[in-house]
Design a protein. Structure first.
Ligand code: ZN
Ligand code: ZN
Length: 166
């Protein structure tokens, strides 16, 4: 298998496009995130088991696999990781593979985002120190808002095409 840091430059533009489409095809919408259904989170204090996928167009015997979230981080940044950089979730959702929610950054910075996952949008005085800033997943924010205020449903008739005023 290619060195993980060289992978991005090893792949052709066509392979990258296919891989991106393949990952997006596997994901489903969850709040603002796009999650891979069987991605597993091992729990508090444990390492995440991120989903890997094969690179389309590469013979399987070469066993070229990539972490989906890390590949999408590379796609978003337009470059390969440098040094100890990891695929880091702005949304704090380990199963998310949405391009806009992923960046490459050092493992140390990545870990500090755990703090935002706990407090951002929960503690009113908490301010995210990161650049780019953390995204509070809408599912969590919506749950908090729903608990704070009743839901009002507004019905709009989109089929109304009367011409009384013509
Ligand atoms: Zn996300
Ligand atoms: Zn943050």
């Amino acid at each position: 298998m290619a060195d993980k840091h060289e992978l991005y430059t090893v792949l052709t533009a066509t392979q990258r496009a296919k891989l991106r489409a393949s990952i997006q095809g596997k994901a489903r919408t969850h709040g603002e995130c796009r999650v891979v259904p069987d991605a597993v989170h091992a729990g508090a204090g444990r390492r995440c088991i991120y989903k890997q996928t094969r690179v389309p167009g590469v013979p399987s015997e070469r066993n070229l696999k990539v972490y989906m979230h890390k590949f999408m981080a590379m796609e978003n940044m337009g470059r390969a990781p440098v040094g100890d950089e990891e695929g880091s979730h702005l949304c704090g959702n380990p199963a998310c593979v949405r391009l806009e929610h992923l960046v490459l950054e050092s493992g140390d910075v990545n870990k500090t985002r755990d703090c935002c996952r706990m407090f951002l949008g929960v503690h009113p005085l908490y301010i995210c120190p990161h650049d780019p800033v953390c995204i509070r997943p809408v599912s969590v924010a919506a749950a908090a808002a729903a608990a704070a205020s009743p839901v009002v449903l507004v019905s709009v008739d989109l089929t109304d095409d009367d011409d009384d005023f013509e």
